[in-house]
Design a protein around this ligand. Sequence first.
Ligand code: SF4
Length: 244
Amino acid sequence: MSQHQVSYQNSNNQILIGSELLRQFVYCPKIPYFRHVLNIRPPTTIKMDKGNEKYDQLRKILILYQEKIKKRLPPEIVHLQEGYTNLRIFNDNLGLAAQVDIFIPLPYDTFTQYVLEHFTNAVKILKYFEVMYGSPNTVGQIVEVKFRVSPPQSQKVAAHHKIQLAFQALLLQHHFNLPVLLGTVHFLPNHSEQFTLLYPQDIAKVVKIIRKLRYHLVTEDPPEPTPHPAKCTNCEFRRYCHHA
Ligand code: SF4
């Protein structure tokens, strides 16, 4: 392995894969190759540190979700589990790390209401989850917060967001030992939401992508570029890439 590659490793000497690296690979497989194999660092645009501001916003959004859950709960249930913001999870065995904007342990009844409200074929979907997981008391909801308006006319979670959510679900399931079944993308300026369900096959797909990403980083075998040339227009590696 070249000394320029990703240097963080777990105790099994595996390269540590984070959700940002995975997102880049899904967007275009060439990006992690340029950044971590060829060690190209394109000039960055100066961004103001908005860390604290973001943290405050995440807490406010968590409270919004908790209020929504409380409204759906029967009055005899007074205890609602705490949610988490800005959660950092590391799994040494898997060699994976993720930062999760918001994670909420969701009462199963509330989850079924979300499914009935937001998905066609809800009854079939719920039957499937019951076969897979029984009827757990609690399942997990991930909320990924985007500080920009949602794309017009888009109710569907974009493929690369779904992969990121499934990646986080994989780590959260191991950490909290509960099924993480609901993913939400929350666009902050107008509080619009997109919902997606996280199936075992989504997690299996992520595991396959992680294997592929590790292969290209370890062997330095150049991956194929994205099949969508429109992505090249705003790519920071455009000037180094002969596919652009
Ligand atoms: S310019 Fe296009 S092909 Fe090259 S790294 Fe960027 S997105 Fe991928």
